[in-house]
Write a protein that binds this ligand. Structure first.
Ligand SMILES: Cc1cc2nc3c(=O)[nH]c(=O)nc-3n(C[C@H](O)[C@H](O)[C@H](O)COP(=O)(O)OP(=O)(O)OC[C@H]3O[C@@H](n4cnc5c(N)ncnc54)[C@H](O)[C@@H]3O)c2cc1C
Length: 507
């Protein structure tokens, strides 16, 4: 009897004149090769879907009760404008990866721009940012000339635009529009509340959109359900790992987190996508690796008096100082997510740690591990959220009436190497059958998936002819997941995790 995989590949083979009938895609011998992905965050889920969409046999193990439950994502960095300190090259990479992310996971994107302001108190100038934006705009224009289907950020001419103080003053007098018909409409609610003396001009509007963590979680869960060759094992933690002597197989000990039973399973290729705990698996293999881990948090506030369609608003500032960047991310019905890059809001004392010669796993202070594993003390939630509200209210006085509305969105993320400013990275390999993902920003997960795919081909885990098909089968099932079903499931996920459903709704 034909297996699912043989049927799948048989279909591809029958449609291709170039492949020999003896060639079996994704096979080495007669059995499909088994791939294990450990960690169902953004990286692990994206990689599992990428491989499963091609018909490969993938098992995704996640220790938590649902997929994508790690540190938050709210912003799609389509140009890296948050990071004045990174290279233009990283910004271009983030732009291109974000465009691909929008095409694969359109359900998770909140299409509204970001307004960037440089405060008077900051030493920088808005004019420092403009040359890079011009480069990004040109890159986007060139890209869509060659690949018109990548035009997901509107017209290149509208990728960014600037607003002088006189324009803000005029916009402040306008009525709030029911619907957005022009980029300047996004500035109206901001112009009505911004202390116009607190920032330098021009303000910059850029097409950097929002990315919903809850809808991302829902999309990958629904997509995986469509593919019988993508098994998702929730509440399943990898606790031990060994290489079967001489056989090039991995033996994984998986512990069920509900009843603590263990089973030992065998796989041909292992993908470590454990986020900030990636180093624990490296240690099991005695695979050295230099990396950083940083604990950070964002806060949820409700602003009862909120009116109009808000853009995301970013006030630049020097990281780690009391004037650190302030970020206001809008959600429907008056909810906002807040970041403040100060030690009292988003950043934490001793919250950035490094690996060393003895361990590939940077050790966070136990206080932060407890926060991740057990939650936050209520007074700290209130104090930090209130601090975040006041940080934004320095520029938008009326926002001081916003109130803490939920637990923080928080977690730790890893950064490979020793540069805490690095924002683009994807995957590294150790030996022939072990990949570890090391993404700093969510959109880099797609690059990680493609690099692993190439490694699978190069290592003979899947056979060469599949490369002829990797672009034809670019997430067709994932892309077609119905938005209505995604929103419905995302609202349930938000509720189960103790957050307002409004954070899961589409803007
Ligand atoms: C406060 C904050 C805000 C952020 N905002 C953004 C943003 O706006 N945009 C953006 O692009 N990025 C943002 N990031 C970064 C983003 O969250 C990370 O890039 C992303 O989560 C990394 O994904 P990952 O899949 O590598 O790791 P994770 O999301 O951490 O996933 C790893 C998974 O592995 C599981 N796991 C670990 N060990 C095991 C094991 N032994 N067995 C089984 N499962 C295991 C974990 O439970 C987890 O689900 C933010 C990060 C923080 C901290």
């Amino acid at each position: 009897m034909l297996t699912y995989y043989q049927l799948f590949y048989g279909l591809i083979l029958s449609s291709s004149q170039t492949l020999s009938s003896k060639t079996q895609l994704g096979f080495s011998g007669t059995e499909p090769r088994k791939i294990a992905v450990i960690g169902g965050g953004v990286a692990g889920s994206t990689i599992a879907l990428r491989l499963a969409e091609l018909g490969l046999d993938v098992t995704l193990f996640e220790q938590g009760p649902s997929l994508v439950n790690g540190p938050p994502i709210c912003h799609l960095h389509a140009g890296g404008s948050f990071y004045r300190e990174i290279t233009d090259e990283q910004c271009l990479t983030l732009l291109n990866q974000s465009i691909d992310m929008m095409r694969v996971f359109p359900q998770a994107v909140n299409v509204r721009p970001t307004v960037i302001a440089v405060p008077i108190a900051d030493s920088g100038s808005p004019f420092d940012i403009l040359p890079r934006l011009k480069k990004l705009q040109k890159n986007y224009a060139d890209l869509i000339t060659v690949q018109p289907d990548k035009q997901v950020l509107g017209e290149p001419a509208d990728y960014y635009c600037t607003f002088e103080r006189s324009e803000l003053e005029a916009l402040a007098q306008k009525d709030l529009p029911e619907q957005i018909t022009d980029n300047s409409d996004w500035l109206i609610p901001l112009a009505k509340h911004l202390d116009l003396d607190s920032v330098k001009y021009p303000l910059i509007l850029v097409q950097e959109y929002g990315l919903s963590g809850f809808r991302f979680s829902a999309t990958v869960s629904l997509a995986a359900q469509q593919m019988p060759n993508c098994q998702v094992k929730l509440n399943s933690k990898l606790v031990a790992l060994s290489e079967q002597a001489g056989s090039k197989h991995w033996q994984l000990t998986i512990e069920n987190q509900t009843n603590l039973t263990q089973e030992v399973l065998s796989f041909d290729y292992l993908i470590n996508a454990c986020g900030f705990r990636t180093g624990l698996l490296d240690n099991m293999l005695k695979a050295p690796r230099q990396r950083l881990v940083e604990f950070k948090a964002a806060y949820v506030a409700h602003w009862q008096h909120c009116q109009g369609h808000w853009p995301e608003v970013l006030f630049h500032g020097e990281r780690g100082t009391p004037n650190g960047m302030a970020q206001l991310t809008p959600y429907p019905n008056g909810y906002f997510q807040l970041h403040g890059m100060t030690q009292d809001i988003t950043l934490f004392k001793d919250g950035l740690v490094s690996s060393n010669a003895q361990t590939a796993q940077p050790e966070l202070p136990s206080l932060y591990i407890d926060k991740i594993d057990k939650g936050w003390p209520e007074p700290v939630v209130k104090q930090r959220t209130q601090g975040a509200i006041q940080h934004v209210a320095k520029f938008l006085q009326a926002f001081s009436s916003a109130r803490p509305a939920a637990n923080p969105l928080f977690g730790a993320q890893q950064i490979p190497g020793d540069d805490p400013k690095l924002r683009t990275s994807d995957v590294s390999f150790y030996g022939d059958f072990y990949a570890r993902t090391e993404i700093v920003k969510a959109p880099s997960a797609l690059q990680a998936a493609d690099t692993i795919l190439q490694n699978l081909i190069a290592g003979g885990v899947i056979q060469q002819p599949i490369s002829a098909h990797i672009n034809q089968h670019y997430f067709p099932k994932t892309q077609s997941i119905d938005l209505k079903n995604v929103v419905e499931l995302a609202c349930k996920i938000a509720e189960q995790r103790g957050y307002p459903q409004d954070l899961a709704l589409k803007i």
